[in-house]
Design a protein around this ligand. Structure first.
Ligand code: AMP
Length: 183
């Protein structure tokens, strides 16, 4: 099962991705977490990414795609994955398609987390991560609508919408239900 989660920052993708990955028994791959791990280890990739992350901007596609290519080369993705926070642009989606095609694979489903903007801003203010200041939160929302939301049209033939407002376990059930109905 190869699944991508799309939705605005604060929609709960990270929490759900972790739970879904457990239920589906596949790895959870979060580009945000991979960048943060690199930042902690002070790798050149982490230092490069930090400038963008601190400003709420996207890390350039070439950097991000290179990191994902390495991650998808590992053996544990043979059964599939839950991708969280990637792709975030149409060119990233095209790179992902090409990476998977090299292994004669493709995505099974793209799940859209639907949640009103006031709910996501509230959730992010509560989370309090380093890049969760109000200004950066607003910029990330704007970047989502400008650069990431075109993916919804790009993936229209495999897009599954889920209402992402509600208790965590209920949302997990909703996502698993739409995935089952699809496959
Ligand atoms: P996240 O943990 O998904 O909220 O991502 C945190 C930050 O990492 C984002 O605001 C971006 O700066 C960067 N980032 C994560 N994933 C990507 C991606 N696919 N493309 C570009 N930048 C990304």
């Amino acid at each position: 099962m190869r699944v991508v989660l799309v939705g605005p920052p604060g929609a709960g993708k990270g929490t759900q991705a972790r739970l879904l990955a457990q239920r589906l028994d596949v790895p959870h791959i979060s580009t945000g977490e991979l960048f943060r791990a690199n930042m902690e280890d002070c790798t050149p990739l982490g230092l490069e990414a930090k400038r963008y992350m601190d400003a709420g901007e996207l890390v350039p596609d070439s950097v991000t795609v290179g990191m994902v290519r390495e991650r998808l080369a590992r053996d544990d993705v043979a059964k599939g994955f839950v991708l969280d926070g990637f792709p975030r642009t149409v060119p990233q989606a095209e790179s992902l398609r090409d990476l998977l095609a090299e292994e004669n694979e493709q995505l099974d489903a793209v799940v859209e987390f639907q949640v009103p903007e006031d709910v996501v801003v509230e959730r992010l203010m509560e989370r309090g991560r380093g890049d969760d200041t109000e200004e950066v939160i607003r910029r990330r929302q704007q970047v989502y609508w400008e650069e990431t939301s075109p993916l919804l049209e790009h993936y229209r033939d495999r897009l599954l919408g889920v209402d992402a407002v509600g208790p965590v376990d209920e949302i997990t059930t909703r996502v698993l239900d739409v995935l089952r109905a699809r496959l």
